[in-house]
Design a protein. Structure first.
Ligand code: GUN
Length: 300
């Protein structure tokens, strides 16, 4: 029997409605409108599309967004100054720096300048470290979205063999950590893995995030596996495809996420979720602060 399709668009739409209500309730109760700043340096065409999708999605859940575009030759000091200004701005609850950055910029220094309470992408070392010990505040959006999809369709994770293909800081590594946290047995494959198929064939849950069209074909997939395709590749003719040969993989899998319409809409949705959560926490800190200041801290 061919695989059932995991409809990321529908799951994302339901979550956005839920968070639209949550953001409205936050405004009603505290007067806080969640605010997201999106920073982009350079003119990467794919990044431009992602940034405009993120900005558009904000309005649909009541997030006020601001876009900051810098030329490709922006200096590190200039970019960091902007991030520090936004970190200090009480109207901004989330800061996202679109990656990749131009090569001359030090990504660690740039991401490290983001206030960790506003790090809605989860890329600051504080949040990365939290993820390692299962205490992250802001989970990185793409793997967070994948976990939501798996939970939504009722996939059992504990004790299953999960194989992650791709070991990027944005997807593969955090994905593996999240699956480990849920007690899967996790293997991570990457560009230097020899004989990829010997790993993928064992996967009950196969997550593919390699950025390589047709990397995974049907015979590499265990019968009945759950396959999540995180790849987004534009073919020369303009067609958008994932990393799996969809037709042959769908013949073997029990569940499969398509491209487009699978993980993509979830990535943007989880950014909205993290931003609203950041605004809720900021509002809670504001109301907690006076009693802390007056009672719990020594006088100076
Ligand atoms: N570039 C590709 N994916 C992402 C992402 O999730 N966040 C950011 N900031 N940049 C990206």
């Amino acid at each position: 029997m061919p695989a059932s399709i995991i409809d990321g668009q529908a799951v994302a739409a339901a979550m956005r409605e839920q968070y639209r209500l949550r953001s409205a309730a936050l405004f009603e109760q505290t007067g806080t409108t969640p605010g997201l700043a999106v920073i982009m340096a350079g003119d990467d065409p794919a990044s431009r599309i992602y940034v405009s999708k993120k900005i558009q999605a904000c309005a649909s859940v009541g997030i006020a967004s601001r876009k900051f575009l810098f030329p490709a030759d922006v200096t590190q000091a200039e970019l960091i100054r902007q991030i520090e200004d936004l970190s200090a701005d009480p109207g901004i609850h989330g800061i996202l720096v679109q990656l990749p950055l131009p090569k001359h910029l030090d990504i660690k220094a740039v991401l490290g300048a983001i206030d960790r309470d506003k790090d809605v992408d989860g890329f600051h070392l504080y949040n990365v470290g939290g993820l390692v010990i299962g205490e992250t505040v802001f989970p990185p959006c793409t793997p967070y979205g994948v976990m939501h999809l798996l939970d939504h369709v009722g996939v059992e994770i504990a004790g299953r063999n999960a194989v992650v293909v791709g070991a990027s800081n944005i997807v593969g590594k955090p994905m593996a950590l999240m699956l480990m946290q849920r007690e899967a047995t996790v293997s991570v494959c990457h560009a230097r893995t020899r004989d990829l198929a010997q790993f993928t064939i064992l996967a009950d849950i196969l997550i593919v995030a390699a950025g390589c069209p047709n990397l995974i074909v049907g015979p590499m997939v265990k019968s009945g596996a759950v396959v999540i395709d995180v790849g987004i590749n534009r073919l020369p003719g303009g067609k958008l495809v994932g990393d799996c040969d969809f037709d042959s993989v769908a013949k073997r899998a029990s569940l499969i996420s398509p491209v487009p319409g699978g993980v993509g809409p979830m990535t943007v949705t989880m950014l909205l979720v993290n931003t609203i959560a950041a605004a809720e926490r900021a509002a809670a800190r504001r109301t907690a602060a006076p009693s802390l200041r007056s009672a719990d801290l020594p006088a100076v």
